[in-house]
Design a binder for this molecule. Structure first.
Ligand code: GDP
Ligand code: MG
Length: 453
């Protein structure tokens, strides 16, 4: 996997959050230090690391999680969001919106331009496009043969002229033929460094060919040096995007990616191996979720967001703390939980929890109980929901008939409600709301299951 080391340190950090009793400043400090260490080891620029960790710490200390989402989940959300921002936020896809769409590859020697021509060709061919490649690397003797070989492997027509030494002339020679393709990939020659000579060559080609996309190809193994390279190419040649190659073979990838992200040129693809299929479109959200080892974090966050919106207005936890909690709150909480999917699925989605090996039967039992409680609550009148103490034997009987939930299950619901309420009352008046919050965390294990707060 790409960025193994960074990924495993970040995962470890997140599981620390999941395992901790509660979130306090000490834990946040520790977390920020862990993240700093992980990023620095991945050759991320010190200033960038500092800015990022400052941002995470500030948010973690200042922001309060909305009702319906735990402090731990919220902290993970902050880390995730800040890392995504760090990697460039939005995913930038290349859409072939004209014909022929022209992508010109630029970059230094050995960065992976020619290899990437093959990869991008395959990527768009798979999506039903007619693709051709043109070889304009007149610098290195074997360059044309290499491109020919790469293209032959995937059956992409390749246009080269091994005798011509003027790249623009080569292009012009084939221009008419190329207009019949959906996508034309233009391989250019590099240099050892960004020289005047190279800038001139790219500028000339750019002015005549007018590519729709100028992709700078950068090798990830240069780490944070990618920043100055991306910047100078950006300033000199107006590149429209970056392809970071060789992420598979270096521990410095974090540095290269973050450096490109701040250079102002968006990362559009990443190269993750030597083979023609080792190309991925770069999507910061997906990339960071994978890095953090949360297969479906995005889905969880979206669902959590939906639930937050629902619950927010009521702010149930506040009512709970004041001891004003009733069945209406409980019902609403259950509804938003059911919108988030099954409990067992949720547990899989929450980082760290997957590792805790909660027996599936336990969750399933809990889910069944919640389901029947929801039915019972649906059969209650508004008055009963607002004041559960109204429930006497007759009412319970009626609700049981209406909902198909057994009398004993409804009694259990009532009992758990009373226990929770009693505990909340006990805690009431023990101190400020903040103290209470702390207390709640300590008591959390003792709150009856099903009343997950
Ligand atoms: P160019 O000079 O910019 O055209 O670079 P090449 O395409 O010739 O690539 C230089 C070397 O890097 C070749 O050996 C490629 O196989 C290798 N390479 C390119 N992209 C990747 C990648 O994503 N991962 C790995 N491991 N090697 C790559
Ligand atoms: Mg080449």
């Amino acid at each position: 996997m790409v960025l193994d080391k960074l990924s495993s340190s970040l995962k470890e950090t997140l599981s620390k959050i999941a395992k901790s009793m509660f979130i306090d400043e000490k834990l946040i400090d520790e977390l920020v230090k862990d993240i700093q260490r992980a990023l620095l080891q991945s050759d991320v620029n010190v200033k960038l690391v500092f800015d990022l960790s400052k941002q995470i710490k500030e948010r973690a200390l200042k922001e309060k999680p909305p009702a319906g989402i735990s402090q731990k989940e919220y902290l993970i959300k902050i880390v995730y969001e800040e890392l995504v921002k760090f990697m460039g936020s939005e995913s930038q896809k290349i859409e072939l919106n004209k014909k022929p769409f022209k992508i010109m590859m630029v970059g230094l020697f050995g960065s992976g331009k020619s290899t990437s021509v093959g990869k991008i060709a395959k990527y768009f061919m798979k999506r039903g496009n007619k693709v051709a490649a043109v070889g304009l690397d007149v610098y290195r003797p074997a360059a044309m043969d290499q491109l020919e070989q790469i293209c032959k492997q995937i059956n992409v027509p390749v246009f080269i002229d091994k005798k011509e030494k003027n790249p623009l002339k080569i292009y012009q020679k084939f221009e008419k033929e190329l207009s019949g393709y959906d996508l034309v990939l233009i391989d250019t020659s590099g240099r050892d460094a960004l020289s005047k000579d190279l800038i001139q060559e790219i500028t000339d080609l750019n002015n005549s060919i007018k590519p729709d996309e100028k992709l700078l190809v950068i090798s990830a193994d240069i780490g944070q040096a990618a920043m100055s390279q991306a910047k100078s190419f950006h300033d000199a040649c107006n590149i429209t995007g970056v392809l970071v190659t060789k992420l598979d073979g270096t521990a410095k990838g974090g540095g290269a990616l973050s450096a490109c992200a701040v250079s102002g040129a968006p990362i559009k693809f990443i190269g993750v191996g030597e083979k023609v299929d080792d190309l991925e479109t770069f999507n910061p959200e997906g990339f960071v979720s994978r890095l953090l080892g949360m297969g479906d974090l995005e889905a969880l966050l979206e669902k959590a967001q939906g639930a937050i919106n629902e619950v927010d207005a009521k702010d149930i936890s506040k009512r709970l703390l004041k001891g004003e909690f009733n069945f209406v709150d409980l019902y609403e909480q259950m509804e938003s939980m059911s919108k988030m999917g099954s409990l067992s699925k949720l547990v899989d989605l929450i980082p760290g929890f997957g590792k805790m090996n909660i027996p599936k039967e336990m969750l399933e039992g809990q889910e069944d109980k919640m389901k029947s409680w929801r039915y019972a609550l649906q059969s209650m009148t508004k008055k009963e929901l607002e004041d559960p103490e109204l429930l006497d034997g007759n009412r319970i009987e009626r609700i049981s008939k209406g909902s198909g939930v057994s009398v004993s299950d409804i009694r259990m619901l009532l009992k758990q409600y009373r226990q929770t309420k009693k505990m909340m009352k006990m805690m009431k008046g023990m101190g400020s709301e903040q103290d209470m919050n702390k207390m709640m965390k300590k008591f959390q294990g003792k709150i009856p299951k099903g009343f997950g707060i």
